[in-house]
Ligand binder design. Structure first.
Ligand SMILES: Cc1ncc(COP(=O)(O)O)c(C=O)c1O
Length: 534
């Protein structure tokens, strides 16, 4: 499992080159501590110079200096990677010497990887997938005993949509048409509005679609958007204009603040084209109110912004007070149809009760663009081969799960509800722990998969962090890791109001681990506050 944050970024081939390069270094060169002990005397050449040459001493074809500077800059500010890398080293320590740290396992509360944390894949989805991957099973008599009848029927239907009945071929660059039909049907029944296969572009996950910002536009994202999409936009030439969510109001979008940022950017000559909204929110875990969503839609309409709605957590809702409403539905409810607002909705198979992030499947539904712009979007999509077929199939299943009366319905529903209610209980336990601790406060987890508590760090802790040239929240996260094995992401990775400190903590660890996480966390925090008390 790759814990390095840089690997989470939408990886370009150049980025891959950087990663291979870094890996090679890890094996060839001594650890940081020993390399510092053996640091070269002034005037002699450095390890960096060594590394820029091959075994024969000739200059390598690529050096960090000759790479795309956008790639190098990204890697540089990936604080999350620093904490995750330390966690990985500690994991290796524990494997070779279980007594090397004061705990026996690393607990990853830093990344969105549900199945790596023990979440089980949905049985119906995997049955269909297995049958599609190996269609010969459909000819075997034992299959009707091993697989449910609706999974068999669904696999037959899906294979019937694929030329050659094989998942090994390329598909149409937007994805298999029949699967897009199924996804459009799922969207239409979710929203009560028409949806069309032509508007669906199947992708290798929500972090992957570069199609829309390969034109070098400037985008206005939420400052607390997950780094994946924003970083992939930066790699493609977009300028990010950040703004803050309103923590005091349950992380709602403060429209006047947003407008101020927009006007400020425009007055500097930045042509802002779009607004990225993540709902339910990552890392903040809020579900936007319908009223706030209406304000966002109006702003986009009035300001001529494309609304890029990251809706990957639409199934992760933990409150009865709110429900997920797609931005398309909200726009429709206030009378804005395709002619009024340009909207892209992103979804993926990575989260929800399915958590199939390693399968890489997603879609974007593109509505309200002129036919000329649509042609350009299509042109960019057609430059790449199709997204992977298993991901396409899974996405169609997510949007069209078993229905009442289908053989798998009961087990599908039980698996789904079991996972989501367990996540809800984990979130509630963690929120109430964080809120009980000195200097911490945490909004209720309404949705998504993480919490974003704030920590009022004592001035002495901030000074200690500064003395180590470390962001105070990264200092806190590293100390937490060293004493408990719990990995979280420092808030500065996402952005936060200056002078406030946060961390992102996922609610994905298995429920039976939560009491242990809570007790370790409490003990650490109390000792930390005591240590740095003025
Ligand atoms: C808000 C948000 N969008 C997109 C993604 C990435 O989705 P995918 O795995 O589909 O690329 C994540 C990560 O889980 C996320 O948190």
């Amino acid at each position: 499992m790759h814990q390095n944050g840089a690997a989470d970024v939408d990886v370009t081939s150049l980025c891959l080159a950087v990663r291979c390069h870094v890996r090679a270094r890890r094996h060839r060169f001594p650890s940081r501590a020993s390399s510092m002990a053996n640091s070269p005397t002034p005037g002699t050449h450095t390890h960096q110079e060594d590394d820029d040459r091959d075994a024969s001493g000739a200059a390598r074809a690529l050096t960090v200096g000759s790479l795309n500077p956008k790639v190098v800059a990204l890697a540089d500010h990936h604080l999350a990677g620093r904490v995750a890398r330390r966690a990985q080293n500690m994991q290796e320590d524990l494997e070779s010497n279980p007594a090397s740290h004061p705990f026996n396992e690393i607990i990853y509360c830093n990344h969105s990887n549900p199945q790596s944390q023990g979440q089980q894949p949905n049985k119906f989805f995997r049955e269909v997938l297995a049958l599609c991957e190996y269609p010969h099973l459909l000819d075997r008599s034992q299959t009707s005993f091993l697989f449910s009848s609706d999974a068999i029927a669904r696999a037959q239907d899906i294979l019937g949509l694929i030329p050659g009945r094989s998942t090994g071929g390329y598909s149409h660059c937007q994805g298999i048409e029949g699967l897009r039909d199924a996804i459009a049907d799922g969207i239409a029944s979710r929203d009560g509005l028409p949806s069309y296969a032509d508007d669906i572009f199947l992708t290798d996950g929500a972090a992957a679609p570069g199609t829309l910002n390969d034109t070098g536009n400037d985008f206005l994202p939420l400052i607390t958007v997950g780094p994946l999409i924003t970083y992939s936009m930066v790699l493609r030439g977009a300028t990010l204009v950040p703004y803050y969510l309103d923590e005091s109001k349950g992380w709602r979008v403060n429209i006047s603040d947003l407008k101020k940022q927009l006007d400020g950017a425009r007055s500097k000559g930045i042509a802002v084209r779009g607004l990225v909204v993540v709902n339910p929110g990552n890392p903040t875990g809020q579900v936007l109110s319908e009223e706030n969503q209406c304000e966002i839609v109006e702003l986009c309409k009035n300001e001529g912004l494309v609304l890029l709605a990251d809706e990957v957590y639409q199934e992760n809702i933990y409150t009865d007070q709110k429900k997920f409403n797609s931005f398309k539905k909200v726009a429709g409810s206030i009378g804005h149809g395709e002619g009024d607002i340009s909207l892209v909705s992103f979804h993926s198979v990575s989260n929800g009760y399915y958590g199939e992030c390693g399968r890489r499947g997603g879609y974007m539904e593109v509505t309200g663009f002129s036919s000329e712009v649509r042609k350009e979007v299509y042109k960019v999509a057609s430059l790449s081969p199709c997204s992977n077929i298993s991901g396409q199939i899974l996405m169609s299943l997510v949007m069209n799960p078993p229905k009442v009366g289908d053989e798998s319905y009961t087990s599908y529903r039980a698996e789904r509800d079991g996972i989501l209610s367990s996540l809800s209980r984990c979130a509630e336990a963690m929120v109430s722990t964080f809120n009980s601790l000195e200097g911490m406060s945490c909004s209720k987890a309404e949705g998504a998969i993480s919490l974003f508590p704030s920590v009022r760090l004592p001035p002495q802790a901030i000074s200690a962090a500064e003395a180590m040239n470390t962001e105070p929240d990264a200092f806190y996260a590293l100390r937490l890791l060293e004493s408990t094995g719990i990995v979280v992401v420092p808030g500065s990775v996402f952005g936060q109001v200056p002078g406030t400190w946060h961390f992102r903590c996922t609610i994905l660890p298995q429920e039976e681990k939560i009491p242990l996480i809570i007790s370790r966390f409490k003990a650490f925090h109390e000792a930390f506050m005591e240590e740095f008390r003025s």
